[in-house]
Write a protein that binds this ligand. Structure first.
Ligand SMILES: [Cu+2]
Length: 635
């Protein structure tokens, strides 16, 4: 098919969720819905012009039907008709849309009690779309994505298929201590690179749709990105962001390009990099697993260790995922659990033996789009189970993997994809963001009119039951993100399509927005205080002291890892209870986690909690270093 002829078809399909194979093999399966789900609120007068079935019949061409199937062809015809009728996207529409969402959020949340369900508070402009996010151990937040090629949210805003300098990455730091204005953000551009695309056009590294996790010294390893062309093809980029100097370094290229890989840090402090579309283009997910640092290189533990120009290592076992962005977790037995989006692609990797073994298939039997998953809190010994939540818009159930078996857990209120679920300091879960499909909020692809049910957050209590939370302002789907901050608040951002559709000034440099959620525990009275923590790295299984001016209030001590996320993949979440071994005046003696498998080495937020789970503001502590092969220490 010609690109001239079906411009929007390309845009819509390039980012389609199930496209591990080229169009049109899976095209019909991608768009197999019969119209959107029903909304919880009436749509405002901002919809794209209505398209009649007669118009669709006249618009769709026989070749298109042959290539795509009737349903998919109809869908693209509807999109084209809608776009033609809408023309360009005026500021007045953006402003009116944001006002409608702001008003409905206020109204829907007005009857809710913040002490029970929490509350959305601040909402402010950000310079970045934040398709990628990292909560850094400096307390700053790294936001990164791409330079937009489009401001009309009814078209593809990302340079996914663009070859050359227009396909560029960008990154910013937000310092919450500097407030919420433009001066609180700092540009931290990725290294300038020349991509192997034959054009010799240097540009900030196009690292969007990469994968990332932290190294034990707090640096963020970012792997892959977008080379451009062939429907989106994988870059071989291996980059590190150093939060201490706020600069990037570049390591040697990976063995394969990766667009949409996942990265997890294991108990040895080394990162395993899996999956992603190769440099050959969309539909070529790589089975090659790579490791950083390579085994013959030291793991960076000190702030001053800044690996640069280092090679990656090849892991012996392959990871033959047919769908990208698998969910990877290092659980307390020292193994890496890999939950693929296909029900039968569930594996466990031994990072020491470098082997792969099969796990039982996920019992729902369904292919998932991007959607959230978390390692569940497992007490002082670290997590030994994971919960798969999002990714199936038709199935609200959650699935737990523990002890080699799957169980079906309590459902959320709705099935959703593109969601984010966070483990909060008190061990409860918070789901935010979500959509019907990629670039589809329930009313067709590239239609920013969202089915507003996806704005409703959900809360999972300590017993595993779900309850509705407040409504977020923007619907945020594909490329949405959320992280827990050290003050206990939750930062919500991402989704360039909605951020473009609701930008109060599209001509400004502020491309995105951040919204802050305050969990219920911030509305339940005085918080415990955590005053001083050790400034040295804490060895595993050792005792250490902290001070608190509210010793009588403290019942629990919790380690929560800072997290980094994209595409509903957040491999870095980890929640541990710490045993309180002694109390004397304002001093508490705590026991560090038993080993690197319980708590992978690196930086953590340490919270003190009261009896009802209200946390202090966190202080940062560093765990480790890990002894070589310290993978299975338990007692
Ligand atoms: Cu992406």
């Amino acid at each position: 098919m010609s690109r001239q002829r079906f411009p929007y078809l390309l845009a819509a399909c390039l980012l389609a969720p199930a496209l591990a194979f080229p169009v049109p093999a899976l095209a019909v399966a991608l768009h197999d819905h019969q119209g959107g789900p029903s909304g919880e609120e009436p749509q405002r007068a901002l919809d794209l012009p209505a398209v009649t079935p007669e118009q669709v019949r006249a618009e769709v061409s026989p070749e298109e039907v042959k290539a795509l199937g009737q349903e998919h062809a109809d869908e693209h015809a509807r999109t084209r008709l809608g776009l033609r009728a809408a023309g360009e996207y005026p500021q007045s529409t953006r402003t009116a849309r944001l006002k409608a969402l702001t008003d409905s959020q206020t109204q829907l949340n007005s009857a809710l009690d913040p002490a029970t369900v929490g509350a959305f508070k601040e909402y402010f402009p950000s310079p970045d779309f934040a398709a990628h996010i990292a909560m850094l151990p400096t307390g700053k937040v790294l936001l990164f994505s791409f330079e937009r090629i489009e401001t009309n949210p009814q078209k593809e805003p990302a340079p996914t298929d663009v070859i050359g300098a227009e396909n560029a990455g960008r990154a910013f730091l937000w310092d919450p201590h500097k407030g919420t204005g433009p001066e609180a953000f700092k540009k931290v551009s990725p290294p300038t690179v020349v991509m192997p695309d034959g054009l010799n056009q240097p540009r900030p590294a196009p690292f969007f749709c990469s994968g990332h996790s932290f190294l034990p010294n707090g640096m963020l390893g970012v792997y892959g990105g977008n080379l451009g062309g062939n429907g989106g093809s994988g870059a071989k980029l291996a980059l590190l962001f150093d939060p201490w100097s706020e600069t990037w370094t570049q390591n040697q290229d990976m063995a394969t390009g990766r667009w949409y890989p996942s990265v997890v840090t294991g108990p040895d402090g080394r990162q395993l990099i899996m999956s992603g579309q190769s440099e050959l283009g969309w539909g070529t997910p790589t089975p090659i697993v790579e490791r950083f640092p390579a085994l013959n290189r030291p793991v960076p533990f000190a702030k001053t260790d800044r690996p640069a120009n280092q090679p990656l290592g090849r892991f012996k076992a392959d990871a033959p995922f047919t769908r990208d962005y698998p969910q990877l977790f290092a659980l307390r037995d020292g193994q890496i659990y890999a939950f693929g989006r296909q029900p039968a692609e569930q594996w466990v990797f031994d990072p020491v033996a470098e082997t792969r073994a099969d796990l039982p298939p996920r019992p729902d039997g369904a292919t998932r789009s991007y959607g959230s998953a978390v390692p569940l809190p497992g007490g002082w010994e670290g997590p030994d189970s994971a919960l798969i939540l999002g990714g199936d818009r038709d199935n609200p159930h959650t699935y737990k993997f523990a002890g080699g078996k799957w169980t079906t857990e309590q459902p959320r209120a709705i099935g959703r994809t593109q969601d984010d679920t966070l483990v909060l300091p008190d061990g409860t879960l918070f789901t935010v963001n979500g959509a019907y499909d990629i670039r589809d909020y329930g009313n067709g692809p590239y239609n920013p009119n969202a089915d507003l049910k996806y704005r409703r957050t959900e809360l999972r209590d300590a017993q595993g039951s779900w309850h509705p939370g407040p409504v977020q302002r923007l619907p945020r789907g594909y490329h949405s993100n959320a992280v827990v901050m050290p003050d206990g608040r939750v930062l919500v951002t991402g989704d360039e399509l909605q951020q473009l559709a609701n930008n109060p000034d599209i001509t400004s440099d502020m491309n995105g927005t951040i919204e802050i959620y305050e969990p219920a525990y911030l509305h339940q009275g005085p918080r415990p205080a955590l005053d001083q923590v050790p400034q040295r790295p804490l060895p595993y299984d050792s005792r250490f002291t902290v001070t608190t001016s509210t010793p009588d209030q403290v019942r629990r001590a919790v380690l929560l890892s800072p997290t980094t996320a994209t595409h509903s993949v957040n491999t870095s979440q980890r929640h541990l209870e710490l045993r309180i071994k002694a109390r004397e005046g304002n001093t508490l003696t705590l026991q560090a986690p038993p080993g690197a498998a319980a708590a992978i080495p690196g930086w953590y937020m340490l919270f003190l909690l009261d009896a009802s789970g209200v946390p202090s503001t966190a202080q940062w502590v560093q765990l480790g270093p890990a002894a070589p092969n310290d993978g299975t220490v338990l007692h």
